[in-house]
Design a protein around this ligand. Sequence first.
Ligand code: AMP
Length: 282
Amino acid sequence: MSAPPTVRTVAELRGRVAEWRSAGERVALVPTMGALHAGHITLLDVARVHADRVVASIFVNPTQFAPHEDFDRYPRDEATDADKLAAGACDLLYAPAAAEMYPEGDATRVTVSAVSEPLEGAFRPHFFAGVATVVAKLLIQAQADVAVFGEKDYQQLLVIRRMVRDLAIPTQIVGGPIVREPDGLALSSRNAYLSPAERATAVTLNAALRALAQDARSGRPLDEAETAARDALLAAGFGPVDYVEVRRADDLARFDGAGDGPCRALGAAWLGRTRLIDNVAV
Ligand code: AMP
C-alpha cells in the first residue's frame, strides 16, 4: 500500500468525507498525536471493522500540555507516520496546522466535569479541557460515523463518551484494546523517552496494576492493596507515583465493595522525566 493522501484543511477533509458518505460508505476517524506505533495501527484495524473508510488524524494538540510539559520535545515525524499508515491501510491522513485547529481569535473551550476530575484530572488539571476541546473540534470537522480511541487512555475514553452524549455529537465512540510489549509495557509514543535502564524498570507499572487487580478480585482491603502497588513501584525505581487506584469502570468513582460492578486498576507514575500511565480491567 502507498501512503494515504494527506489533507490539511477542514474544507478538504469534509469534501472527502462527504464524497464517501454520499456513496453510502461509513467513515471512521482515528485521532492521534503521531509518533505512531502498533497501538495506533490496531485502532485503525478496529475502525475498519466499523467503517468502509478510515481517516487518521495527526495533531500534537498544544492545549492539552501545560507549559512545563513535553509539548516541544514530543516526537514528530510525519513522513515515517505516513509510511506506517500505508501499512495500516488508512484512506486519508488529516494533518492540520495549529492555525486550522485554533483559528485566529479562537476563544472556545469544552470542559467535562465529574469523570474528568479525579486521577489524571487531579495531576494534570489543564489536560481534559484540552483533550475535550480538540476532540470536539475533530469530530465536528470530520463528521465521521465512528471514532476510535484506545483504552490505554481509559479516563480519556470515558470523558469523550460523556462529552459526545452531552453535546449530542452524532459520532459513535468505540474503544480499542491496549497493545503491549511482550513484557506487558503498554505501547506509548512517550516510551521513546526512556533510557535502557528506565525501559527495564517500566515493566513494573503493568505488573503492579495486574497484582492490584488480582488483590481486588481476591478481596484484599483496597487501601492495603493500593499501598502495596505504590510501594512496588517506588522500590522498582519509579517516583513519584501520582496514583495507583481501583475505581469503578463506568464513572471512575471510588470502588466501595463487591456490589459496585466492574472496576479498573489505574496508575500513573514517573520514571525520570517521563510520566507513564496504564490500566487493567479488574
Ligand atoms: P496518542 O497519539 O498517544 O494521543 O494516542 C492516540 C490514540 O491512540 C488514543 O486513543 C490512545 O488511547 C491510543 N493509544 C495509545 N497507545 C495505545 C496502546 N498501547 N494501545 C491502544 N491504543 C493506544
